[in-house]
Write a protein that binds this ligand. Structure first.
Ligand code: ZN
Length: 245
């Protein structure tokens, strides 16, 4: 009997907003996004869910442009939350978990160390706790790099926060795509000697995780690396309704 391996077929980049953020050296173009993977056996895997509807405005920053929620983005692809089978949680910062509680049909995947840190009441993850710690959510805790299904692996990349995870997706035509998430927020930080930013918890761990991803890109010949919040890179990428296949 022939066996078929049901792996990723399509990757959608769902852009949720764009903003120009004041920084000491001037301004920085940032995006907020999340991701949808479809497999050839029609499973749908969402990665992160963006800011919650009740997020407080960030002080001193101008309002974001082109704001769309993950629910609107899925709706434009003809999908409802119940159509999502799995939700990969890269970490519980407020700009990544805002609609987790809408995905009660999905299995949520998070690094155990991150889940335990957040559940212990760490103040960093308190702001959006009602969204990621809803009693109806079903979590699967993983330890370190883990193949979730053939062609989709989560990679432990602590540093931005403990137990942060990035995602490697192997597509039939594009080949390996790395979603760096907040391990590498913008492209110019993808170097061995990169600086940490104020939102990063542990500069040494962050550099070690960045080196781990640089090595992976080299070893696996990753053709596309998507940086978590890079407002200069995202307009150059295929964004929904376009997709990588
Ligand atoms: Zn972020």
């Amino acid at each position: 009997m022939a066996t078929s391996i049901a792996g990723p077929q399509k990757l959608y980049l769902l852009q949720l907003s764009a903003s120009t953020v004041p920084v000491p050296s001037g301004t920085l173009e940032m995006v907020l996004g999340c991701y949808l993977v479809e497999t050839d056996d029609e499973r749908r895997i969402l990665i992160d869910t963006g800011l919650p509807p009740d997020a407080p405005p960030s002080p001193g920053a101008p309002p974001a442009r082109d704001v769309k929620t993950v629910l609107e983005q899925l709706g434009e692809l003809g999908l409802r939350p119940a159509d999502v089978d799995m939700l990969i949680c890269t970490h519980f910062d407020i700009d990544h978990v805002g609609y987790h509680d809408a995905f009660t049909n999905a299995e949520l995947i998070v690094q155990r160390r991150h889940y335990e840190l957040a559940r212990s009441g760490h103040p960093r993850f308190a702001a959006a706790r009602t969204h990621w710690d809803h009693p109806a959510l079903r979590y699967r805790l993983v330890d370190g790099d883990t193949e979730i299904l053939p062609g989709l692996t989560v990679l432990e990349t602590s540093g931005h926060t403990l137990g942060h995870q990035s995602v490697l997706i192997r597509l039939p035509r594009t080949g390996p795509v790395l979603l760096a998430i907040d391990a590498v927020m913008i492209g110019r930080l993808f170097t061995t000697d990169r600086p940490a930013w104020p939102a990063d918890d542990d500069a040494d761990a962050l550099r070690a995780s960045t080196r781990k991803l640089l090595d992976l890109v080299e070893r696996e010949k990753v053709g596309v690396v998507v940086f978590g919040h890079d407002g200069k890179q995202w307009p150059t990428l295929k964004r929904a309704p376009e997709y990588y296949d």
